[in-house]
Design a binder for this molecule. Structure first.
Ligand code: NAD
Length: 611
């Protein structure tokens, strides 16, 4: 088999069934078995031929994590017999075959095991240790939510010393068990959504996006630094502007720190770090901005200030430069209202931290033209992000859905429910962080500001919890950045902040008759169904095109558990009738904020589903 490009899943299993393999040094060459990431296990002999070819210790990480290896690594672990040049793959592969036929001993790497390898792979005790360590690794990484890697491990464990024929039968049996599960359907569903997003243009017409050769970023804070890093990472010369040199040096530090992380993870070479860093130049005025194709603004969240910066900016850029705001809550239409060319203005909402979060909400204002939308979507993709176009409503899509969920958690604290309990229930459901820990991460000042904007936009159902109103009065209680929020963050294991517990106790007193403590299932429903109810309203109002894109946005913007396939998929799996009935029950108990959306109510009547 000659491998030049992606060789994943069935492709690698086919190559494994060949006598010999060579692969190219093409950066696109990847060899891997990603089946577990789709909730299944390799089913065409991958769990059998790979360990037999490269040994247990090399094969297990490939089978159990689904992560691919490149040509160089494949040669190192003897997955391939030769590494050929991509540019001369035709000649090189023929040369390899000729020398293989002539002098096989010369072109095949001798397979020798060290004593350690022999012990770990060829003795019962050694193998038991390897399997136990692999199981622990899986459980700590997946928290028990992904059974596929454990099943794949079971297959390897049961078959490693068995003949191929027998092993293949056992693999097929386990594969058959995994395929019809809802988990694999959810993960495969997400895979198809991801594939469709690769072709996504954000517009219905066939519009060619403009090219991007120079970029500008205004505001060198936490987000601005991250956005400048993104451009630099894509080798796009970038001007970074702030009001003073000190702020600019913070921006450069952010860029440098992200590049250093990539260097440490061997994603870039030292010379690339230097190249990328030097593609960002700093300024306290707008020199150089006349050459930019796009400018992203990331200054403080203040409408008047942002409007005046854009007004100023308009006189320093060409009339075709796309002007984008990274605002997390302010109206794009209003921000563009003072501009001479509002048709090239758009919202481009990155999530924090920029180097890790894949989602970008692209928000057209009323006057934004289609070329601007198509170009912004294309550029976000070239920055290796996943853009999704959403409507210009308060909170846009993700923050609008997330806010009532966090607020509900604060209301639970106010009723005396333990913070640790609330967070751990959300984590058990699969959320990466509990809602209160998340609020601390975001910053309570920012969270409160957004919560108030959403309260004034959506009214009663987003009424900010009373203790949230008072938290900002506690000295220095801004979340993780001040080491004090819902939790005290001075140690590795944050503990609940006694000042907040005191505040909650005072609210319990003032609420009159105390409500009975909700059960764990009820706590989970209060959190998740609040989130779902708002998500369904977003679909009702066409804030986002489809349940599929909403699900993807929640997964990529908040870390909503992938194994649930997204919030809409979760609702379908659980049953819309059950959800509407539960929301009605909670409306009786806790008030109108739980009233099912019109969409959910009519879905119950029509017996319809999101998918
Ligand atoms: P930040 O306070 O870290 O940075 C703001 C920067 O803007 C500062 O360096 C400040 O000096 C600079 N600035 C202020 N006025 C300026 C002007 N007139 N010209 C040039 N620079 C100016 O803020 P941040 O957290 O990076 O947020 C920036 C924007 O991104 C806000 O609109 C915010 O809502 C949005 N956002 C923030 C997050 C987040 O988690 N922090 C996430 C998504 C979006």
């Amino acid at each position: 088999a000659v491998i030049d490009g992606a060789c994943l899943g069935g492709g690698l299993e086919f190559a494994l069934a060949c006598t010999h393999r060579v692969a190219s040094d093409n950066p696109k060459t990847q060899l891997g078995l990603p089946e577990v990431s789709l909730g299944i296990i390799p089913g065409f002999g991958g769990t059998q031929r790979l360990p037999k070819l490269i040994g247990l210790q090399n094969a297990l990480p490939i089978i159990l994590t689904g992560k691919p290896v490149n040509g160089k690594k494949a040669l190192k672990i003897s997955l391939i017999d030769g590494l050929i040049s991509h540019a001369f793959s035709d000649q090189d592969s023929l040369k390899f075959v000729h020398s293989l036929l002539k002098t096989p001993s010369k072109c095949l790497k001798p397979q020798k095991k060290s004593v350690g390898q022999f012990f770990k792979e060829d003795t019962f005790l050694g193998r038991s240790l390897v399997f136990a360590a692999a199981k622990n690794m899986i459980l700590s990484k997946t928290k028990g939510h992904f059974p596929a890697p454990l099943e794949a491990l079971k297959v390897v464990k049961r078959t490693y010393t068995k003949p191929l024929e027998k092993g293949l039968k056992i693999e097929a049996r386990y594969f058959g068990k995994r395929v019809p599960t809802s988990l694999s359907k959810n993960l495969i569903g997400l895979f198809y959504i991801q594939e469709s997003l690769k072709k996504y243009t954000g517009v219905s017409k066939d519009i060619s996006p403009k090219t991007i050769t120079n970029a500008g970023v205004v505001g060198a804070g936490f987000m601005g630094g991250g956005i400048a890093w993104l451009f630099a990472n894509a080798h796009i010369p970038t001007r970074l502007k702030d009001i003073n040199w000190e702020a600019l040096s913070h921006g450069l530090e952010t860029i440098h720190s992200y590049l250093k992380k990539d260097l440490k993870r061997k994603k870039i070479m030292p010379y690339e770090l230097k190249n990328k860093l030097s593609s960002v130049s700093t300024t306290v005025d707008y020199t150089g901005f006349q050459h930019t194709d796009i400018v992203v603004e990331a200054i403080v969240e203040n409408m008047d200030l942002k409007k005046s910066v854009f007004k100023e900016l308009e006189s320093h850029v060409s009339k075709d430069t796309v002007l984008a705001s990274n605002t997390s809550s302010l109206s794009i239409t209003e921000m563009a209202s003072g501009l001479t060319h509002p048709e090239r203005f758009i919202g481009m909402h990155f999530f924090s931290p920029v180097n890790r979060m894949p989602l970008v909400e692209v928000i057209p204002g009323k006057k934004t033209n289609e070329e601007t939308i198509a170009s912004t979507v294309a550029w976000a993709k070239s920055l290796k992000k996943t853009p999704i176009v959403v409507q210009n409503c308060p909170g846009f899509l993700v923050n609008r859905i997330l806010n009532p969920y966090i607020n509900e958690a604060v209301l639970l604290v106010q009723e005396g429910v333990s913070m640790v309990k609330i967070d751990s229930i959300a984590v058990q459901f699969g959320m990466p962080l509990g809602p209160l820990t998340l609020a601390d991460e975001v910053g309570l000042d920012i969270g409160f500001e957004v919560a108030k904007i959403l309260e004034s936009a959506y009214g009663e159902r987003m009424k900010t919890a009373a203790i949230f109103e008072n938290i900002t009065e506690i000295v220095n209680c801004l979340g993780k950045k001040t080491k004090k929020g819902f939790y005290i963050h001075t140690t590795k294991d944050p503990s609940p902040n006694p000042e907040i517990l005191q505040l909650a106790a005072s609210k319990i007193g003032s609420q009159g008759k105390q409500k009975p403590a909700p059960s764990e299932d009820f706590i989970l429903d209060r959190l998740i169904l609040t989130l779902l109810n708002e998500a369904s309203r977003c679909l009702e109002e066409h804030v986002v095109e489809s349940p599929a894109y909403l699900d993807m946005a929640m997964i990529m913007g908040t870390g909503f558990p992938v194994f649930r396939g997204g919030i809409c998929r979760y609702a379908d799996d659980r049953g819309i009738t059950n959800i509407v009935d539960k929301l009605n029950e909670m409306t009786q108990l806790y008030g109108k904020r739980f009233t099912p959306s019109q969409k959910l109510a009519s879905m119950k009547t029509d017996h319809s589903k999101f998918y």
